[in-house]
Design a protein around this ligand. Structure first.
Ligand SMILES: [Ca+2]
Length: 497
């Protein structure tokens, strides 16, 4: 067994375990916990069976939740692949990560990331599937998610592990990211007529079929998780592994991904950890930022959490026996935001900067550049670079339908405006009466007090966390090279976002 000199507590634990074994007692837990982090790509809340979705079937996610904890209020830092994944890896809000706040970018290699901190502490660390990015990290000596196991996956990773070395594995997937195989949902048994659509979607067969195709890929991701859990069981490591199942941003549909409504930032989250979970089968309503995972993993592995991490360990929630809203003082709200997703504004290379604060009652949104278009300038680049047409919303049947039929009825016009029209500088939604966050109350005098309070709290927290949108220097987010196919960068390949 290889011990690491920077973790004396592990030496003590090993000694203690040996004494217990010699005295005939069972050592529990016998080692530092393993970590299996399973992350879908563009999977929104509440699209899992255990959340009550009547169509999609997610037995693996449901099992992790049933034997662990189901979180009802987990949020990404940003509803866009690169910044969301950066925030998870670094345990910091994306607005603290320079170029890493934007899609298709880079990340400063001096910023600590939890997988490499665990590797330095003696963990075996690897990943398969979609992990960091997209973007360019060729200036990193080690990949921020560890060693690549695309060849052989988690099975090969486990088989190559030396003895009982604790491990940390990133199980990535490109599901349910677009493009979809049209009609795959219905062909595989989904019932489109039973789908519960988000309120911001038109209700018709085209949209229902599109959502069914998304569900088909959600189920494929769930099957990937099932395989990993089976491998853990076969290796006898299930009970000593912290299994986390979640996503990086909401579904790739209008007013979802790349938006700071719940449809873009609220994530399915379930965590299982054998006897490390106080009472299994709980449902927790506390607000969790996925930036909280890195400090949680480090704390539970006995590794010092770097001071730059803004996330807060949720170890006490895992170890608790309580249900519901456990820590109202510490976990009563969450912050999230957005910098540049796709450079789809006709006037410049900027994005659509947003910051937001969400509690049980309200969602307050601050749009810093309300003169810009939330999803990109309509019809700009539609012919030249189709994937940058309204580029903050992935192309697909629902988007095309909404564009083609936006003048058909007042209702379709309203839905079009909610997804693609300009927005005021402030938005306020009352979640208890308007869970779809469709009616902006920012100008309603009855809510002026609430709005002022939330705005002040948001700005205070942004300043405390060093957000350039508040402290200065935010123009740097606007000029970061976009390394995907896009305006002024025509040499890059159009391989998605
Ligand atoms: Ca994504």
């Amino acid at each position: 067994m290889k011990l690491h000199r920077s973790v004396p507590s592990f030496l003590l634990l090993a000694l203690f375990s040996a004494i217990l074994l010699l005295s005939g007692c069972q050592a529990e837990p016998s080692a530092r916990p393993n970590i299996l982090f399973a992350i879908a790509d563009d999977w929104g809340w509440p699209h899992a069976g255990i959340y009550g979705d009547p169509v999609v079937s997610t037995p693996s996610f449901d099992r992790v939740a049933r034997e662990g904890i189901l979180f009802n209020h987990a949020y990404v830092s940003s509803p866009s692949c690169t910044p969301s994944r950066n925030a998870i890896l670094t345990g910091q809000y994306h607005w603290r990560l320079g170029a890493g706040a934007d899609l298709w970018s880079t990340l400063d290699p001096s910023i600590p990331v939890y997988p490499l901190l665990l590797e330095d502490a003696g963990y075996a660390v690897g990943y398969s599937g979609k992990s960091w990015g997209p973007g360019d990290i060729s200036n990193w000596e080690r990949h921020p998610a560890g060693r690549n196991y695309d060849d052989g996956g988690f099975a090969r990773f486990l088989s190559e592990r030396v003895d009982n070395t604790p491990f940390c594995f990133w199980l990535g997937s490109s599901d349910p990211h677009r493009p979809y195989d049209e009609g795959s949902g219905a062909r595989n048994g989904m019932k489109p007529d039973q789908i519960r659509l988000y309120e911001c979607f038109p209700d018709n067969e085209i949209v229902r079929s599109d959502v069914a195709d998304y569900y088909f890929e959600v189920q494929r991701f769930d099957t990937l998780v099932a395989g990993a859990i089976r491998l853990l069981e076969e290796a006898g490591e299930l009970e000593n592994t912290i299994i986390v199942v979640t996503g990086d941003n909401g579904m790739p549909f209008p007013r979802c991904k790349s938006n700071n409504y719940d449809t873009g930032v609220r994530m399915p989250l379930a965590i299982r950890w054998g006897s490390g979970i106080g009472t299994p089968g709980r449902v927790v309503e506390d607000f969790i930022s996925l930036t909280d995972l890195a400090p949680t993993f480090l704390a539970l592995a006995g590794v010092e959490v770097p001071g730059v991490m803004t996330g807060k360990s949720i170890a006490s929630l895992l170890e608790s026996d309580l249900n519901g809203f456990i820590d109202p003082l510490g976990r009563g709200y969450v912050l999230h935001g957005k910098e540049r997703h796709v450079p789809a504004q006709e006037e410049d290379m900027g994005g659509y900067p947003i910051r937001a604060i969400r509690n049980h009652d309200f969602l307050y949104i601050r749009n810093f550049e309300p003169d810009r278009w939330p999803a990109g300038t309509p019809d700009y680049l539609k012919a030249a670079i189709p994937y940058c047409w309204l580029g903050d919303c992935d192309n697909g049947p629902t988007k095309s339908y909404m564009a083609d039929h936006r003048e058909d009825t007042d209702h379709l016009r309203r839905l079009w405006e909610l997804s693609f029209g300009k927005r005021p500088a402030e938005e306020l939604y009352y979640n208890r009466e308007d869970p779809g966050q469709m009616t902006n109350l920012a100008d309603d005098p009855a809510y002026a007090g609430v709005k002022a309070e939330l705005s002040a709290l948001l700005m205070e927290q942004l300043e405390l966390t060093g957000d350039p949108r508040v402290t200065g220097g935010a123009e740097a987010f606007e000029t970061v090279p976009f390394l995907g196919n896009g305006p002024r960068h025509p040499t890059y390949g159009p391989d998605g976002q």
